[in-house]
Design a protein around this ligand. Structure first.
Ligand SMILES: *[C@@H]1O[C@H](CO)[C@@H](O)[C@H](O)[C@H]1NC(C)=O
Ligand SMILES: *[C@@H]1O[C@H](CO)[C@@H](O)[C@H](O)[C@H]1NC(C)=O
Length: 620
């Protein structure tokens, strides 16, 4: 890790301190540190299958509750009157199916949610030896550990950290301590530092010192909203945590196919807030008299840079020898951001209208004056959506049913095992080639898919443009109703409700059975409406807390939000370097993974804070 540079020393110091705190906090009570018995992996339990039948060999198979319409997978074969041992998954409840072998007749099945590192027995027997009925019962030999305890402890540690900071601030408010400190340090600097950290209104500001950075200020034409950076930072921090592994908890990792986990929330939010920033920055630059040609060149250059940096970041095998052009991955997060930025910024540039200074009464339909004048943009975005719908549902994909949205693999009872992602995957294969796509989609864990599928593929980019366009709308609302907080918040709320209703209709409130399920891999339109509904609501709350009431400065999320490209690229590049990763004592424990991922994430937040203090921002 680059321990040089102005912040190297303090960063490594903080890293050491954090490691010590977290590890001692997680210093494991016997319960969560138990070494897994007989090479159990993380999220597995031991199952002994007792076949007490005298005349049947058994074949036991399993299927996870989370695997929609899946083929059961072979677990174990147990000869008559004997015991076999197997490892079972304990992330979700599973169904165990006991068949007689070799004729395959189902004898019984049982549904159970195993716990991590537990030791269980499945007893298959004839309760009344006279009848043919067979019973399957689960018996607990040794209790599982509590896999969620590390999360609880981590929350406590962060809370403790926050309380200590808060107490420190209270202490600073005591006159003597403050005076003493003032002598030691530059007073205004200290005050500003403490206040920006803990989000209380700064004293020097109210007295009329330097203007607070990043809030509405009539003097600057920038109109930087703190809430936007906070929102972006929040999404980014979760993204870093999730990319680093999320403690190996399934709900901190991407969903296998349909549905949402914490990890699935953040990328669309990032796209959304990018749209919002486009609205604000383009409008401010146009007002400052930048020519449209100049802006066009800027937009093209930025998109290209984003794309190129993205390609470099997703192909990080420099150490494994020269990069091979044959299997260079082309799509990726930054690439998609680049393409989305290009389209949405161009849309806004072409159709941008001067924002009226105040609500002029002669305007038609004043209630929708942030929407109506932009009808050509809406038309184009709707057309794009029609293209997405047509390609997704009408494109003929050889060997697959029309409009297939499933995961393939063992899903859909194994009928379409090579159809993972339907039209989306097919288009990527045609345009980019299978070797240039992502090879390990999240669906290969649960659905055992084998074909490549790119979660940042071409077709999904259309919907990410829609997402950014909704964010752009949020930006227009902020511009049009400048300083009218209620107007802004009512509109955010209404948009959230509208998007929520569309999502309810599209998904029919079901994870897998709706018309268009919520799906991060495909970036389905219901995914976009659901996430934009959440985004409007979240932006509303953050806007209220940070910019309206000034109850919260947005720290610590504000800092990474100010330097998002640097943090994103940095966290990807230094992913495998100390202190973001180190060799674990017990790699099969959530505790260590969680500690490592949280420390790495906290470090990036700290780095972004240091960069903010030093006014170092990477802008492209
Ligand atoms: C059960 O399996 C054993 C060993 O594979 C075999 O010898 C035996 O014939 C099988 N019994 C039945 C009833 O299929
Ligand atoms: C699991 O429990 C069974 C029954 O109590 C016991 O015989 C076995 O040794 C245990 N296995 C492990 C690996 O602890």
């Amino acid at each position: 890790m680059a321990a040089s540079g102005p912040w190297g020393h303090s960063a490594s110091y903080l890293a050491g301190a954090l490691v010590a705190v977290l590890l001692s906090g997680l210093a494991q009570p016997h319960d969560i540190s138990r070494r897994p018995v007989s090479d159990l992996k993380i999220d597995q339990a031991l199952l002994q299958i007792h076949n007490e039948l005298l005349n049947e060999n058994l074949s036991v198979s399993w299927v996870s509750d989370y695997c929609y319409q899946c083929l059961a997978q072979e677990l174990s074969f147990v000869t008559m009157s004997s015991i076999a041992t197997a490892h079972v998954d304990c992330q979700h409840a599973i169904t165990l199916i006991v068949n007689s072998s070799p004729n395959g007749k189902e004898l019984c099945r049982t549904h159970y949610h195993f716990g991590e590192f537990g030791n269980y027995s499945l007893i298959v027997k004839n309760p009344h030896s006279s009848s043919l009925k067979v019973s399957c019962d689960i018996v607990i030999n040794q209790n599982p550990i509590n896999s969620y305890l590390p999360i609880f402890i981590a929350v406590l540690i962060y809370l403790g950290f926050f309380i200590i900071l808060r107490l420190g601030l209270c202490l600073l408010n005591i006159e003597q301590v403050r005076n003493w400190l003032y002598k030691k340090m530059n007073p205004r600097e200290t005050d500003r530092l403490i206040n920006s950290e803990l989000g209380s209104p700064s004293r020097t500001d109210s007295i009329g010192g330097d203007l607070p950075v990043g809030v509405w200020s009539a003097a600057s034409s920038l109109h930087r909203l703190r809430s936007l950076d906070t929102f972006r930072g929040l999404a980014l921090v979760i993204m870093v945590f999730v990319n680093y592994g999320g403690g190996k908890y399934w709900f901190f990792k991407h969903q296998s196919w349909n549905g949402l986990t914490l990890a699935d929330l953040v990328f669309p939010w990032f796209v959304f807030i990018m749209g919002t920033s486009i609205a604000l920055s383009l409008s401010s630059m146009l007002r400052r008299g930048c020519s449209k040609w100049h802006l066009l060149v800027k937009i093209l250059w930025r998109s290209l840079l984003l794309f190129l940096i993205g390609v470099i970041v997703v192909n990080p095998n420099y150490c494994l020898g020269p990069l091979s052009w044959d299997n260079l991955r082309i799509p990726g997060v930054l690439q998609r951001l680049g393409c989305t930025y290009l389209v949405v910024a161009l849309l806004e540039l072409v159709f941008a209208k001067p924002v009226p200074e105040s609500s002029s009464p002669e305007a038609r339909c004043p209630a929708v004056r942030d929407i109506l004048p932009y009808w050509p943009q809406w038309l184009i975005v709707m057309e794009l959506q029609v293209v997405w719908l047509c390609l997704t549902f009408l494109l003929h994909v050889p060997g697959c049913p029309k409009g297939y949205l499933g995961p393939g693999g063992i899903g859909d009872f194994g009928n379409y095992s090579n159809c993972t992602g339907g039209a989306a995957a097919y288009i990527d294969q045609l345009v980019l080639g299978a070797e240039h796509m992502y090879q390990h989609p999240s669906s290969n864990v649960l659905y055992l898919t084998t074909v490549p599928f790119d979660p940042e593929g071409i077709l999904g980019t259309i919907n990410s443009i829609v997402m950014a366009f909704l964010g752009l709308q949020a930006g227009k609302i902020i511009l049009f109703y400048k300083d009218q907080h209620t107007q802004i918040m009512v509109r955010f709320f209404l948009w959230s409700v509208v998007m929520g209703v569309i999502s309810i209709v599209l998904t029919m409130c079901s994870k897998d059975e709706g018309i268009i399920p919520v799906n991060k891999n495909l970036w389905t339109i219901s995914y976009v409406t659901t996430l934009s509904s959440f985004a409007f609501m979240l932006l509303l709350s953050i806007y209220y807390l940070v910019d309206v009431k000034r109850m919260w400065s947005g720290a610590p999320f504000f800092f990474p939000g100010m330097n998002s490209i640097l943090i994103y690229v940095g966290h990807e590049i230094f992913e495998d370097y100390f202190p973001f990763k180190w060799r674990m004592v017990n790699p099969q424990s959530h505790t260590e993974h969680l500690a490592q991922n949280l420390i790495a994430t906290s470090l990036w937040v700290f780095i972004s804070y240091v960069l903010y203090r030093k006014r170092i921002f990477w802008k492209i």
